[in-house]
Design a protein around this ligand. Structure first.
Ligand SMILES: Cc1ncc(COP(=O)(O)OP(=O)(O)O)c(N)n1
Ligand SMILES: Cc1ncsc1CCOP(=O)(O)O
Ligand SMILES: [Mg+2]
Length: 486
């Protein structure tokens, strides 16, 4: 066997041992996949779903696998002649598959390209895999101390990522955020793969005075949201510390941690925006866009009737008013929406929204960028963004939108369009995110059922209410069709 194991292999071994003192080759492979690092990536690149492979392996309790210890005896042999000093996770994967016919059979029968998998880890191709170009450990006491700090912080980062993963997945139930947290976790695993062999031996919990010192606040959290925010901070602080201490060894790794830290700020922003958005926004089903001159009756009457019927959110969408008149009208709408206890959003104009103390602003793709509007309005304001494809949806989420408009879905008499992303786009957004989204464009009582079937829970309408003889009844019908309480 090769002299040392990389930290990733050492952790896989720890995992296998934790399963049984007579652990098998299967336990080692599950341990490697638990890392969600290089081996995970190798499986992914070969067309496998690594999570599914792990589950399949876990279910094979009765299969005849080789004993893990026997296998480790000769591990890495094919690579030793190539001049490799340490047993890395991809070498161990190669050994596991080569030596254990049972494992081989399972992987051949699982969806994925087994040939590609073997090819990508066979000895001649080894040098092409960059993720395990680890550094050599300089063995002075000061370097050892630095690596103890690095090791401790790497663990904190891993733990915080797990917490945020769980929060995105199980609390927010959000595919986009879960994917973002997971991919950041994988990026971090790739950085750790480059740490020197032997790093694990610098960890010494018995002598770590920090394990005994715990602030009282660490034991108590008031909400899952607080847990997420505390872990975002912990993540960033640990990455910052890693960034500094890694400089003793490699400025490139320090910079990788710095980049990752910036991406974690974006993750924090995406999570925070869900927490500060008012409950009324999550509860909103019917959002009404109004232009004074387009209302069948007066703006005030339309708002009040629609609110009676169950509309809980209004947008003032004036395209042709002079600023003074617009400001005056926006002030009036603010009054009426306060009276009806509904949300008030100004279209296009963060400045007007701020002056009249509206709840927020709505921005299109050609309007002021969200990040600039946020500087004017602050974190407490609602900022909505129009989206017409999934790339714009992902960008709006990353920028910290509180909600998105999704459309145009059907032809509209309010605004002319050349293209309609339609209901397929609604389905795609519903599968991507749990951020509140409003389906817009020609939505009325005749097509709301289709919207609901496509996964839309909220709609934004203009003519369906503004042109209605009885806006209260029109609102009531739409809210009923959406399945919400009126
Ligand atoms: C809820 C909602 N969704 C989309 C829009 C459209 O905004 P935009 O693309 O900027 O077009 P205009 O409304 O400004 O003409 C919206 N206003 N509201
Ligand atoms: C402003 C806008 N942006 C996308 S569709 C639309 C108009 C919505 O009005 P209507 O509900 O009357 O189609
Ligand atoms: Mg606009």
């Amino acid at each position: 066997m090769l002299n040392n194991m990389t930290p990733a292999v050492s952790r896989a071994l720890d995992y296998a041992r934790s399963q049984s003192s007579r652990f098998s080759s299967r336990d080692l492979l599950v341990g490697l996949l638990e890392e969600e690092g290089l081996v995970w990536e190798i499986f992914e690149k070969s067309g496998y779903q690594p999570g599914a492979v792990k589950e399949t392996l876990r279910q094979q309790a009765d299969a005849e696998f080789l004993r893990g210890y026997d296998l480790l005896q000769g591990a890495g042999k094919p690579f030793a002649s190539e001049g490799y000093m340490d047993l890395t996770s991809n070498m161990l994967l190669f050994d596991l598959i080569e030596a254990d016919e049972e494992l081989k059979k399972i992987l051949q029968e699982t969806v994925g390209n087994f040939q590609d998998l073997v090819k990508s880890i066979a000895p001649p191709e080894m040098k092409a895999i960059e993720a395990e170009h680890h550094l050599e450990l300089v063995d002075t006491p000061d370097h050892q101390a630095a690596w103890r700090v690095i090791d401790a912080n790497a663990n904190r980062v891993r733990e915080s990522f797990r917490v945020l993963d769980d929060y995105s997945r199980f609390v927010l139930n959000d595919p986009h955020l879960t994917q973002t947290a997971k991919s950041l976790r994988h990026d971090f695993a790739k950085i750790v793969e480059q740490f020197p062999a032997g790093l694990v031996s610098s960890r010494d919990t018995d002598y770590d005075v920090g394990t005994q010192i715990q602030a009282a606040g660490e034991y108590r959290r008031n909400s899952t949201a607080e847990i997420a925010m505390v872990n975002c901070k912990r993540l960033q602080e640990s990455l910052r510390s890693l960034e500094e201490y890694l400089k003793i060894e490699s400025s490139a790794l320090g910079q990788d941690c710095e980049q990752l830290r910036y991406q974690c700020y974006t993750l924090e922003k995406m999570l925070a925006v869900r927490q500060v958005s008012p409950q009324k926004l999550f509860d909103a089903r019917l959002y009404v866009l109004l232009t004074g001159s387009e209302c069948e009756s007066s703006l005030e009457w339309t708002i009040k009737e629609a609110a009676e019927g169950g509309a809980t959110m209004f947008q003032l969408r004036e395209k042709n008013l002079e600023d003074r008149i617009l400001l005056e009208r926006a002030r009036a709408v603010r009054r009426w929406t306060r009276e009806t206890q509904t949300l008030f959003i100004v279209n296009d104009r963060p400045d007007i929204a701020r002056l009249v103390e509206a709840d927020g602003v709505h921005l299109g793709q050609d309007d002021m960028p969200l990040t600039e509007a946020r500087k004017l309005l602050g974190i407490q304001s609602i900022i909505g963004v129009s989206t017409h494809d999934i790339v714009q949806v992902r960008q709006a989420i990353r920028d910290g939108a509180n909600y998105i408009g999704v459309g145009p879905t059907f032809p509209s008499t309010t605004k002319a369009f050349d293209a309609f992303p339609g209901l397929d786009f609604v389905k795609a957004v519903a599968a991507e995110t749990t951020l509140p989204f409003f389906v817009i464009g020609g939505v009325d009582a005749n097509n709301t059922c289709e919207v609901v079937k496509a996964g839309g829970k909220r709609v934004a309408v203009s003519s369906a209410l503004a042109k209605a003889k009885d806006p209260r009844l029109a609102a009531l019908k739409l809210v009923r069709l959406l399945g919400g309480e009126s």
